[in-house]
Design a protein around this ligand. Structure first.
Ligand code: AMP
Length: 353
């Protein structure tokens, strides 16, 4: 159930259900929760790939605020983070001219389709979801929205009849549920949905913490020096890289005994798009200090235009609103078509216009 980059196995007219394909290019749906600042791991591990997909796929990009409220949120922060999210993704290469960028709650259809799919989804399957169990375990009160999250995610995907969905390890089980629900709907009624596949990016680098390279770089790391944010100024980026933990010895090479240097090599390789082997050769005998300074320069050269563009965009709420409106208008057209088809198939009376 995986699909590799670039689009090498799926033609524009085939799909796995036999349902008619409406797009001229295969459809990809990418969703991001409005959680605030993006870090270097998000950028190199995910966002760069999403940007590249815009050449080969019809891209729907949802800022999923309805998912966000499955755990308690401060309303003013959620609203601010929705704009921050959009401005960061545009600055990082998601292009509103080439992708339909929308806010989930602006498009009628996500929750409506989730309701229909929920009526085909066994309760036990939701209760067994690993992410539900992990998140529920940490909550004093567990609300049903959290349990229902994977059904809403299935609806996000099926509403646009997505062929592929870029998913991290933690979302694979949810994609399986979306596939199950698509197949079940197709079987129960008639072929309607593509059965979506996981998208595996070509160069999705896994970036580790700068202070503890055994764990992933993460926004929830309490050590602020461990994570580089896209909004960090050049001085801050440089300080974080120069003070990153290194390993014993002084040789710049990849190795299990060198997790810190291996991580810096992976970062350098991702930002410069050069092979790790070539970098090892270039820095042979030069020592950690010289290497770190060059890595800092390379990361700054890559991130600073993103930061500057973000700062421009976040000042211009009217422009961001216009992007959201255009994206929601385009997404809504597809959503209406899917909803009408689904409602007809399950037996709802068509609403008179
Ligand atoms: P998250 O911030 O955990 O919701 O992740 C958003 C996207 O960034 C997902 O596709 C993750 O797989 C990716 N991602 C998050 N952290 C890293 C990391 N340290 N290295 C590579 N990719 C990451």
């Amino acid at each position: 159930m995986t699909h590799s980059f670039p689009n090498d196995t799926m033609s524009s007219t085939t799909n796995t259900s036999g349902a008619p394909s409406t797009a001229t290019r295969p459809v990809v749906l990418t969703c991001a929760q409005p959680t605030g600042r993006l870090h270097l791991g998000n950028y190199l591990g995910a966002v760069i790939n999403w940007g590249r997909m815009q050449d080969d796929y019809e891209c729907y990009f949802g800022v999923v605020d309805q998912h966000a409220i499955t755990l308690p949120k401060v309303p003013t922060e959620l609203r601010r983070n929705t704009y921050t999210c959009l401005a960061q993704y545009i600055a990082a290469g998601i292009d509103p001219e080439r992708s339909h960028i929308f806010v989930q709650s602006h498009v009628i259809g996500h929750t409506e389709l989730a309701w229909v799919l929920g009526c085909l989804c066994p309760l036990g399957q939701l209760e067994r979801m690993t992410q539900f169990k992990d998140k529920a375990h940490k909550q004093e009160f567990v609300y049903s929205g959290l349990l229902y999250y994977p059904v809403l995610m299935a609806a996000d995907i099926l509403l646009y009849n997505a062929h592929v969905v870029p998913v991290g390890e933690d979302q694979k089980q949810h994609l399986e549920l979306a596939r199950d629900l698509a197949e079940k709907f197709n079987r129960t009624f008639s072929p309607t949905f593509n059965v979506p596949e996981a998208f595996i990016g070509k160069t999705g680098a896994r970036i580790m913490s700068l202070q503890n390279p055994a764990s992933k770089m993460s926004k929830s790391d309490p050590n602020t020096n461990a994570t580089i944010y896209l909004t960090d100024t050049p001085d801050v980026v440089r300080r974080k890289i120069l003070s990153s933990v290194t390993d014993s010895g002084s040789e710049v090479r990849v190795g299990e005994d060198k997790p810190g240097i291996t991580n810096l090599l992976a970062i350098m390789s991702a930002v410069t798009e050069r092979e790790m082997g070539a970098l090892e050769e270039e820095f042979a005998g030069k020592g950690y200090g010289v290497f770190k300074a060059v890595v800092a320069d390379a990361v700054i050269a890559r991130l600073d235009p993103v930061r500057l563009r973000y700062e421009e965009l976040i000042q211009d709420t009217a422009h961001l609103d216009a992007v959201f409106k255009a994206g929601a208008d385009a997404a809504q057209k597809t959503a209406w078509k899917t909803l009408a088809k689904v409602h007809r198939k399950v037996g709802f009376v068509e609403r008179a216009r």
